[in-house]
Design a binder for this molecule. Structure first.
Ligand SMILES: Cc1cc2nc3c(=O)[nH]c(=O)nc-3n(C[C@H](O)[C@H](O)[C@H](O)COP(=O)(O)OP(=O)(O)OC[C@H]3O[C@@H](n4cnc5c(N)ncnc54)[C@H](O)[C@@H]3O)c2cc1C
Length: 390
């Protein structure tokens, strides 16, 4: 019996979006999706800024969007403002439902893959499935070729019985004490009576105490006057923030097949967010006339290396934040950054800064002593000359 044309391992964000896009645009291909979890998507809320995606991508991603807002707020000790660019979120429960409907029996959940090769996968239990193209979307792959720190958080979704949720997302409320790195509260009002609050840390280590954080989150929501009620769900995130590394070696170590998503290092270096990259990767792969592992691997390697080169500035800013500053200092930098106009901030999140934007980011009184900033820059250029891809 003929096997599938393509196997996708992992129906998380990147694997799920690729499978959806292939099913929509390339129905002639038989695609099999193997997901270890009980459903696609796991337990996440994936958010993005409207400007992260172009118009065509916003159209095809629209069915997945669970909530959207025309603007959002940021709050710092010396600066608070509303930023008038759109924000949207996808709940993984909605994601799972859409994928199950679109993919039908092509999506096999509860199906852990034991090993992934260029043209075969072996399931737990020993069964082997062969295909000309094998895509590896199993999520983040820690490797010594990436120098990372962490954005970590606990998120708690509450009922708000009296409909007191805020009107718009508060993407950063950094007015709380700065313990364990740069700390901020992140709030999404899904409905007047339902909010998600995340206690987030830009930290050097990945340790997290969920019980202590949940208490803090409830205290914060109470102080804000939202009167948080029963807990509806919780989510924990530990996202990589890239300071440096070697993208080529990382990709080689990530998979014998075609790595995509976090596994391929395709994430915004400063936010750890990967949704826009996952959308673009799905489009890139779908546009290929033939799906087979060798050519797709070369395509993805070029794509990842190009993005890595283009995003060097974000890794430099990360080094300023993590090597050059403590929690208070990191907050100062973010507060200083949020003086910029809405469109510059939007291009920062979209990782599409212009030269003029970069000049504006560095203009004004720097929140870090110039000597320290220069020493980090010199260290980076020394590393680059020595062959490391900082
Ligand atoms: C709680 C949380 C919230 C986040 N919020 C955002 C956000 O708001 N916006 C944003 O852009 N990014 C966000 N991120 C960061 C990033 O975008 C996500 O981690 C995203 O899910 C990564 O996509 P991925 O497809 O690479 O990996 P994942 O979504 O983690 O998918 C990997 C999939 O592979 C499956 N799998 C693993 N091993 C096997 C195996 N052996 N066999 C079969 N299946 C396997 C897993 O079960 C999982 O479903 C968040 C991350 C977390 C953890």
């Amino acid at each position: 019996m003929k096997g599938p044309d393509c196997v996708i391992v992992g129906a998380g964000l990147a694997g799920g979006l690729l499978a959806y896009r292939l099913a929509t645009l390339r129905p002639e291909l038989s695609v099999l999706v193997l997901e270890a979890g009980a459903s696609a998507g796991g337990n996440h809320t994936w958010s993005f800024h409207q400007g992260d995606l172009d118009d065509a991508a916003l159209v095809w991603i629209a069915p997945f969007i669970s909530a959207r807002w025309p603007d959002y707020e940021v709050r710092f000790p010396k600066r608070g403002r509303t930023i008038r660019t759109g924000y949207a979120s996808i709940a993984s429960t909605d994601f799972a439902e859409i994928l199950a409907r679109q993919l039908g029996t092509a999506l096999r959940t509860g199906q852990a893959v034991k090993s992934v090769g260029p043209q075969r996968v072996e399931l737990e239990g020993g069964r082997v499935i062969e295909a000309p193209a094998v895509i590896d979307a199993r999520g983040f792959h820690p490797s010594r070729h990436l120098d990372i720190r962490f954005q970590k958080f606990l998120g708690v979704e509450f009922a708000v019985p009296h409909g007191r949720a805020p009107l718009r997302p508060i993407v950063m409320d950094a007015r709380r004490p700065q313990n364990d790195g740069y700390r901020f509260l992140y709030t999404l009002p899904f409905a007047p009576d339902r909010i998600l609050v995340e206690d987030t840390y830009y930290a050097d280590g990945d340790a997290l105490d969920p019980d202590a954080l949940e208490e803090d989150i409830r205290r914060y929501a109470t102080e804000e006057g939202w009167q948080p009620g029963v807990v509806l769900r919780r989510e924990v995130g530990i996202l990589p923030i890239a300071l440096g590394g070697d993208p080529v070696k990382h990709l080689q170590s990530a998979s014998a097949a075609v790595p995509i998503g976090l596994r391929a290092g395709l994430f915004h270096p400063t936010t750890g967010y990967s949704l826009p990259d996952a959308v673009r990767t799905a489009d890139l792969i779908c546009a290929q006339p033939r799906l087979e592992t060798a050519s797709l691997s070369a395509l993805l390697a070029d794509h990842a290396a190009r993005l890595w080169r283009e995003r060097g500035l974000f890794r430099l800013l990360n080094r300023f934040m993590f090597i050059g500053a403590d929690g208070e200092g990191r907050r100062e930098m973010l507060q200083h950054f949020h003086r910029l106009p809405d469109d510059v901030i939007a291009r920062f999140y979209a990782a599409r800064l212009t030269r003029v934007d970069i000049l504006r980011i560095f203009a004004g009184k720097p929140p870090m002593p110039i000597g320290k900033a220069l020493s980090i820059m010199l260290q980076s250029s020394r590393l680059r000359r020595a062959g490391a891809h900082s």
